[in-house]
Design a protein around this ligand. Structure first.
Ligand SMILES: Cc1cc2nc3c(=O)[nH]c(=O)nc-3n(C[C@H](O)[C@H](O)[C@H](O)COP(=O)(O)OP(=O)(O)OC[C@H]3O[C@@H](n4cnc5c(N)ncnc54)[C@H](O)[C@@H]3O)c2cc1C
Ligand code: SF4
Length: 330
């Protein structure tokens, strides 16, 4: 590993100023992604500013019924929080579907959102990759594409976003609060991550030096009936082939509200607004659930190795909505 300097952040403003003032500085959360990348030679920051001891480790109930989650809250603590379990079970399930217990004890809310793709070519510095080094080309296009994107990809990159938690946050319309050199702003979780387009090297809309301080979950009464499902190659320590986060409001057999997002399909958590629209006011039946999935996936462009993701996504969505519309739904 290349030598680097380590500092513990004293307060938010100093942390932001320190990273902003050095183009080779980075914030450090639990380190479970960044330190791996430093070992692999993918990242070489000369200064790490550790933000885990800032007072950003609380989960607060908001007066409107929502929750505010500090960016340094550990994934295990967020999954176990009683208000999250009761009001947003989809978030607890997404967190518990990710990584391992030991990793979740270290990983933070901010760091989980900003973890980088698990594309094997991105992680192998001997192969060309436009995300690591713009202009090099994309090894995945001629390679192993089982894990890659079927929606929203570009000719420059077909990687998928790996976070399970981020998929649940996209479905819940969470807001990501950030503090930067010019003040604070709030970014909808659905807009934090980018599609690759011409610039796959930019994963998010954040500018260098912007610190995630909190994630806000707005109230969503029907999220008490929500579910995260994940299909993967192994039962643990595996990223999603396809995942779905959904919350459903059904009254008298008719869908009154739906929130759906997919993981494993795109460069960002994929909020399925077409599927949601197709469901509203419709009977809660398998045929309608299937039609909503088809509406969302109509423009998908699978690669030779990942056509299976389309029936997998459709079937997972149908099964999840069926479960949520049943009388014994969670
Ligand atoms: C074997 C293994 C299996 C895994 N399986 C899964 C899985 O199935 N699903 C899943 O979702 N994840 C999985 N993970 C990934 C794991 O969830 C992430 O590594 C972790 O969430 C990253 O959080 P962190 O706090 O350690 O981030 P760090 O490694 O500390 O940071 C990651 C990035 O975020 C930046 N950062 C950190 N905090 C902030 C902040 N507050 N503001 C701005 N920038 C910040 C850092 O600069 C860095 O760029 C797995 C990891 C491993 C090693
Ligand atoms: S898919 Fe993206 S991350 Fe993977 S090799 Fe191609 S450019 Fe790199």
């Amino acid at each position: 590993m290349i030598p680097f300097e380590y500092k513990q952040a004293e307060d938010e403003h100093t942390a932001v100023a320190t990273v902003t003032g050095n183009s080779r500085a980075a914030f450090l959360g639990g380190g479970t992604n960044l330190v791996d990348h430093m070992k692999l030679g993918i990242a070489a920051p000369e200064l790490l500013v550790d933000v885990t001891r800032l007072p950003l480790d609380r989960i607060e109930c908001l007066p409107d019924g929502g929750l505010r989650v500090g960016a340094a809250v550990r994934n295990s603590d967020l999954a176990a929080d009683s208000a999250v379990r009761e009001r947003y079970p989809v978030l607890t399930q997404a967190l518990l579907a990710g990584a391992s217990g030991q990793l979740r004890n270290l990983a933070t809310t901010g760091g989980n959102l900003l973890q980088r793709t698990r594309c094997v070519y991105f992680q192998d510095t001997t192969t060309p990759c436009n995300k690591r080094e713009p202009g090099q080309g994309c090894s995945a296009l001629e390679g192993h594409t089982r894990y890659h994107a079927v929606l929203g990809a570009s000719k420059h990159c077909v990687a998928v976003h790996p976070s399970d938690m981020a998929v649940a946050l996209a479905a819940l319309d969470a807001l990501v609060h950030v503090q930067g050199p010019d003040g604070g702003r709030a970014i909808p979780a659905t807009e934090l991550h980018r599609l690759p387009g011409e610039h796959p090297e930019w994963d998010t809309v954040l500018r260098h030096g912007e610190l995630i301080t909190a994630v806000e979950l707005p109230p969503l009464p029907f999220a008490t009936r929500s579910r995260y499902r994940k299909a993967r190659d192994r039962a643990s320590f595996a990223f999603a082939l396809v995942s779905v986060a959904a919350a459903l409001d059904v009254t008298d057999g008719i869908v009154r509200g739906a929130r759906i997002a997919f993981g494993g399909l795109a460069h960002k958590p994929w909020r399925a607004r077409l599927a949601e629209q197709a469901l509203l006011g419709r009977p809660a039946t398998d045929d309608e659930f299937r039609a909503s999935a088809e509406a969302e996936l109509a423009d998908a462009q699978p690669l030779p190795g990942n056509e299976f993701k389309l029936p997998m996504a459709r079937n997972m969505l149908v099964a999840t909505l069926r479960e949520l519309s049943g009388d014994d739904a969670p």
